[in-house]
Design a binder for this molecule. Structure first.
Ligand SMILES: O=C(O)c1cc(C(=O)O)c2c(n1)C(=O)C(=O)c1cc(C(=O)O)[nH]c1-2
Ligand SMILES: [Ca+2]
Length: 561
């Protein structure tokens, strides 16, 4: 078998025809050097083959599943998941797709689906040795034999009885699988866990909310014991810097989401980028974007690691496009702010970022409860208000892509506002497996989107292409193109510099997953999963009424010249 080793995972540039990491490389670039499909011929791109998958069944509070995964490609085989965690190995040789095996983990749909805030979601697998490593919504890490499709072993990592589920893809670092958790809307205390794949045991588990007396615990100043149910999920796969053996991972919102007076203080490490020693799980640094967040602005987005020439040698940056509407560059050696720029058209909750430290200008470290621009901030004295970006954020989980030649970073943008209603929470209201949000949202405004390119040498917006719908799929970059999709069904290719649309195909479904690319027998393909699920069609559909017509679906599209 083709063993996937740490050596190969570190050197994916040597095998450009494969796509071995969830985010393509450890730096989360989602950039492929393949250029058989390019600016000149992309207009001729056609469907090469398709495959219907399963996983559309409902469960818990969900009427159906959706597809958010990034396929993994190795030596002509694809590995994809559906929302309930079934893994499909597909033989892509010979210009068509043939199912080799399907591993159905028999996810407990009602038990897990009842505490999945935002859809029946599974964002994909990882490869290690001769195993396919995957997660299930009901909290398991599963190792499947790559050749036979037989489950080699499995281990429970998260507990839906506590409101914990898993939606993200695992990150493989050395001999470990790193698992992030979801559940901040159900009063969990977030964590990251590392499982040794050789011994099948836990190496470390680091909580994203410090325990009593630990550094950072002073940022929970309440008498409600809010930290114990304070959220801080880690539901999007992070990145890894081998030079310093550092994992950089985004942390989600504090809970209860909108009643910030329940949890006075900055609420570390919610809404932060967190750097951990990969070997020990020890926290090295953090950078918090929205202290004492009253807007539900999870900072779970992937951190994109880039090295930019600077006056005194290369600057080692971690880029993050935050739900709060700002894109950040952080020095990934020190965790210090470098630049920040709004990437959405409308931000109303702050006047902007302090150019020195990147904190919102209105942030006052001496205030226990931050009010930012108080007239548009949900609070106990402003119980109903409109926020921009809306609570899905300026960018949600759909991943960015980075072109290292052009130094352009492409953000899949949601241009939005929505309405928040606050509910005052008390400790008695905290119940296992029940929503712990301190309010709710409604959608009185139309929501659109864009692809926004940032020049990372300047931290300025280089280009923006408006789209009629929010970007719920994410980005792929190649030397002179970017690929993305729309929830209305279109997959498109844009010119990497001008963002002019060069090609489009309507899949007849809803795109809620990122495109990727690979080769088989020397020929380049672009693959994307199609099937609208996630948070949108339950919680946000009123802002995009045309999308109400989109039917549940589950299909893999593969394109070629
Ligand atoms: O805090 C969390 O634990 C958590 C988890 C998830 C998830 O696992 O999908 C989402 C969110 N929050 C969230 O706030 C959100 O907007 C969201 C959208 C989606 C999606 O897949 O469309 N998931 C999630
Ligand atoms: Ca959340």
């Amino acid at each position: 078998a083709d063993e996937v080793t740490q050596e190969r995972l570190l050197n994916v540039g040597k095998e450009p025809g494969n796509w071995l990491h969830h985010h393509q490389n450890y730096s989360a670039h989602r950039f492929s050097t393949l250029k058989e499909i390019n600016r000149d011929n992309v207009k001729n791109l056609k469907v090469a083959w398709t495959m219907h998958l399963g996983g559309v069944e409902g469960g818990g509070i969900w009427s159906h599943g959706g597809l958010e995964g990034t396929p993994i490609a190795e030596n002509g085989f694809l590995y994809v998941t559906d929302g309930w965690g079934s893994v499909y190995k597909i033989d892509a040789h010979g210009g068509r797709g043939v199912l080799v095996w399907k591993m159905d983990p028999k996810t407990d749909r009602d038990w897990a689906g009842a505490v999945a805030c935002c859809g029946v979601d599974n964002r994909g697998v990882a490869l290690w040795g001769d195993l396919v490593i995957s997660h299930t919504l009901d909290g398991r890490l599963i190792a499947t034999n790559k050749e036979t499709g037989q489950v080699a072993w499995q281990r429970t990592v998260a507990d839906p009885d506590k409101g914990e589920v898993i939606t993200g893809a695992p990150l493989i670092v050395k001999n470990m699988a790193i698992t992030g958790v979801a559940g901040a809307e159900y009063g969990i205390r977030g964590w990251l866990a590392a499982t040794d794949l050789t011994t099948q045991t836990e190496v470390w588990r680091t909580y994203t909310i410090p325990g009593k007396g630990e550094p950072g615990s002073e940022t929970w100043k309440d008498s409600n014991n809010a930290a114990a149910s304070g959220g801080g999920s880690t539901w999007v796969t992070g990145s890894y810097d081998p030079a310093t053996d550092t994992i950089i991972w985004g942390v989600g919102n504090p809970g209860p989401d909108w009643d910030s007076a329940y949890r006075p203080g900055d609420n570390l490490y919610t809404d932060s980028s967190l750097a951990l020693d990969a070997t020990t799980g020890k926290i090295k640094w953090h950078y918090q974007h929205t202290p004492n967040d009253p807007y539900d602005y999870d900072s779970v987005a992937e951190n994109v690691l880039v090295d930019i020439p600077g006056p005194s040698g290369p600057r080692k940056l971690a880029l993050e496009a935050d739900r709060n509407g700002f894109a950040y560059a952080i020095d990934r050696t020190t965790g210090k702010f470098v630049w920040g720029v709004p990437f959405v058209k409308k931000v109303t909750w702050t006047k902007g970022l302090d150019p020195e430290n990147g904190k919102p200008i209105e942030y006052d470290p001496n205030k226990p409860v931050q009010t930012y621009i108080a007239s548009v901030t949900p609070s106990r004295t402003n119980m109903e208000t409109d926020i921009c970006p809306g609570n899905m954020g300026g960018k949600n989980w759909p991943p960015t892509a980075y072109n290292p030649d052009l130094k352009l970073w492409y953000i899949p943008v949601i241009e939005s506002c929505n309405r928040v209603k606050v509910e005052v929470m008390t400790p008695e209201k905290l119940k296992p497996r029940e929503f712990w949000t301190g309010g709710g949202t409604s959608q009185p405004f139309k929501i659109t989107g864009s692809v926004t390119a940032i020049d990372v040498t300047t931290g300025k917006i280089a280009q923006k292409m408006a789209t009629p719908f929010p970007n719920l799929g994410g980005m792929l970059a190649t030397p002179d193109l970017v690929f993305t999709g729309q929830p209305s069904g279109e997959v498109m290719a844009l010119d990497a510099k001008s963002l002019q649309k060069l090609w489009e195909f309507n899949t007849g479904g809803g795109v809620n997953a990122p495109p990727m690319t690979f080769t088989v027998e020397g020929k380049q393909y672009v693959a994307i999963l199609v099937g609208l699920g996630g948070a949108w069609d339950k919680w946000f559909i009123d802002s995009t009424r045309e999308l109400k017509k989109i039917q549940p679906g589950s299909m893999l599209y593969v394109f070629a010249l």
